[in-house]
Design a protein around this ligand. Structure first.
Ligand code: COA
Ligand code: AMP
Length: 635
């Protein structure tokens, strides 16, 4: 007996053009596509070639003009840190976005131009994104927790005409000045934007640079609204930089057509959410979850989306999630497991939940890192609803594996994000590119073509895209996650096969941290790896080997290392632990044994590799980890 999930899945694999071509009819097109899938330039694929549409039209104008739903609430800004709740109807949001599009157009921003957005979680961030989409400009949102240097790297790569930013962000009780970081980034960057548009927040205003900086409200006051510009389905909508294996982040490109088609479909198929439902993704617009599920998908679907400026705890307490779910009648929410771990740590019996009516709440979705069964079970118990783990990546833009609630709800197997979502032909491969049998761990890979809405390439770098993702397993997309698929088709995602770590749901490169540490004058050699953390999932730990000539105090050097990672990558890296060691454990061929160190730190069983050049060094590493409070302790 089949079910709607199996029917959809089979069709998506055997007839992707028919499957997605039908789904694409639910989207507003100025011109229908000539071809659903263009496979003429393998391994690069293009979806909906010849089609013309506008992403902002599909998110806003379509609901106002074509559906007469302009009075429905599109966005609720809920900010416990500023004691603000502000609602925008679809018509209000459309008009504001159209006016901000006028501000951008007035500064010469047009189709194909890049706009960097460096904003806290305020509605203006979403407005700026949608305004870019409206005029065919390509936005590149940079997460606020990144330091000036990271912002500069992204400015250099994307060469924006304009940067949109705000005077400050609010992190819990603290005000974080954004503008000095932006000024520093522009100073470091070789590419200089012509203008910066700055949203002045009352909590802290920023000094503007004469001639370059423009104040948001002043510009809006005199701007006129501009209309949506039709763009090709294959034109880029945005670039989102994500950690790669080096300090140079990868510019993941998202196109317009496939993105609207796929994301709109996921709202019902995966999340079982309909038009008018209230939806909340508690993430940040700087991450892919924020792009896909705070801004775009819920608006394509005609939902009410919540934009939350706060933390799961401390703003003001561990009951804030329940308050928001109850007050705005949220049907489904999406966040990273770390957020629920934070709540659980503060309020283990979920006493605060009892103050709120959550009767309309239907499901919690978790992603961004592995969902530990304890967190899922705790959430199930206290919410009394399904808790759905799903697996995806910045590159994919939407879930590769999930329990598709709108198609068929499968029993949950803890530790698995359930099955491949329709569109994803997920395989487990060995080093020779061969399928591995059920239950065997290997490289989780996806048979090409990837479905619409995924990355067609990296920004102006087809070669890097092909080399990083499509070369190691010819004919497949390499997810860089290791895992397995069981006999029932349930996927298990075990670990990354590269040096990416997940810190509080934030994706970071230990390679990038090593680059910073290697640049310190006292450091001869270093290694950074992710160790388990009860709250954040993983946190980075550094090992430093000093230059023989160093005379500085070890503690001073460690402090310096911590400060430099914070300064050059950002506070989000949460790099707070480092140890000085005489040597790093290596194989005789010189490969640092990061995996062994990680196992020691995580109290997992390990064997000293036969190829190690000096087994005694392991004892020193163990002692350093113990001194950091890591190895040897029950977690
Ligand atoms: N702007 C400026 N600084 C930021 C920032 C932003 N947008 N976001 C985070 N930071 C800073 C924090 O202030 C903190 O700085 P500190 O070292 O001075 O304290 C640092 O970056 C680390 O932040 P964070 O990872 O958020 O840790 P935290 O200890 O403040 O909070 C959690 C821990 C679990 C509560 C928090 O990570 C959280 O809410 N996570 C939710 C998951 C999520 O949003 N994931 C995104 C992908 S779905
Ligand atoms: P990001 O690009 O920030 O979304 O991070 C993607 C990576 O996070 C994936 O490659 C996985 O390693 C990890 N990840 C995301 N979701 C899950 C999940 N549900 N289970 C296990 N790992 C996950």
């Amino acid at each position: 007996m089949t079910n709607p999930y199996e029917d959809a899945f089979q069709r998506s694999i055997t007839d992707p053009e028919g499957f997605w071509g039908e789904i694409a009819q639910d989207v507003h097109w100025y011109k229908r596509w000539d071809q659903v899938l263009d496979s003429s330039n393998k391994p690069l694929y293009r979806w909906f070639v010849g089609g013309k549409l506008n992403t902002c039209y599909n998110a806003l104008d379509y609901h106002v003009d074509d559906r007469g739903r302009g009075d429905r609430i599109a966005l609720i800004y809920d900010s416990p840190v500023t004691h603000t709740i502000q609602k925008y109807t679809y018509a209000e949001l459309r008009d504001t976005v159209a006016r901000f599009a006028g501000v951008l157009a007035g500064r010469g921003v047009g189709k194909g131009d890049r706009v960097v957005i460096y904003m806290p979680m305020i509605p203006e961030a979403a407005i700026a994104m949608l305004a870019c989409a409206r005029i065919g400009a390509i936005h590149s949102v940079v997460f606020g927790g990144f330091a000036a240097k990271e912002l500069a790297t992204r400015i250099n790569d994307s060469q924006p005409k304009v940067v949109v930013s705000a005077s400050c962000g609010i992190e819990g009780q603290r005000i974080i000045a954004y503008k000095p970081l932006l000024d520093e980034a522009i100073q470091i960057a070789s590419a200089k934007p012509e203008h910066c548009i700055i949203f002045q927040r009352p909590q802290q205003e920023a000094a503007l640079v004469h001639g370059r900086d423009i104040e948001w409200s002043a510009a809006m006051a005199v701007a006129s609204a501009v209309d949506c510009v039709p763009v090709a389905a294959t034109d880029p909508l945005y670039i989102l930089y994500t950690s790669g294996t080096t300090g140079q982040p990868k510019g993941v490109v998202r196109d317009n057509g496939g993105h609207v088609v796929a994301l709109k479909w996921t709202m019902k198929a995966i999340y079982d959410v309909d038009e008018d439902d209230v939806w909340w993704a508690a993430s940040d617009v700087g991450w892919v979850v924020g792009h896909s599920y705070i801004v775009y998908a819920p608006l394509f679907k005609g939902c009410t989306t919540i934009l939350f400026e706060g933390k799961p705890v401390g703003t003001p307490d561990a009951g804030v999630f329940w308050r928001i779910i109850s007050e705005h009648k949220v049907k489904c929410m999406f966040t990273a497991p770390t957020a629920y771990r934070a709540i659980r740590r503060e309020d283990p019996d979920a006493r605060l939940i009892k103050d709120y009516d959550l009767s309309h709440f239907k499901a919690l979705f978790l992603a961004g890192e592995r969902s530990d069964p304890a967190t899922i079970q705790w959430s199930e118990k206290h919410l009394g609803t399904p808790v759905i783990d799903h697996w995806w990546q910045t590159e994919t833009g939407w879930a590769i594996a999930a329990n598709c609630m709108g198609l068929h709800r499968f029993p949950v197997k803890y530790g698995s994000p359930t099955k491949a979502v329709p569109g994803w032909d997920v395989r487990v491969l060995d080093d020779e590119n061969r399928d591995l049998p059920a239950g065997t761990i290997g490289a989780l890979s996806v048979k090409l073509p990837l479905p619409p809405g995924t990355l067609p390439t990296l920004w102006q770098n087809d070669q890097r895209y092909i080399e990083a993702y499509l070369t190691e397993y010819p004919g497949y997309y390499k997810t860089a996650d290791a895992g397995m698929i069981d006999e029932d088709g349930y996927i298990y995602v075990m670990s990354r096969t590269d040096d990416i770590i997940n810190v509080a749901g934030h994706r970071l490169s230990t390679g990038a941290m090593e680059e910073v540490l290697a640049g310190l004058p006292d450091v001869a050699e270093c290694a950074v790896l992710g160790v388990e953390d009860a709250l954040k999932g993983q946190v980075p730990v550094g090992f430093l080997v000093l230059n023989a000539a160093t005379v500085r105090e070890p503690n001073e050097i460690i402090q310096d290392a911590v400060q430099q990672v914070r300064k050059q990558i950002g506070p989000v890296a949460a790099f707070k632990m480092a140890a000085i060691v005489k040597r790093l454990p290596k194989t005789r061929s010189g490969k640092i044994l990061r995996g062994t160190i990680q196992k020691i730190a995580d109290n997992r069983e390990f064997s000293i590799p036969a190829t190690i050049d000096d087994p005694q060094i392991i004892d020193e590493i163990k002692a350093s980890l113990e001194a950091l409070g890591l190895a040897g302790k029950k977690k």
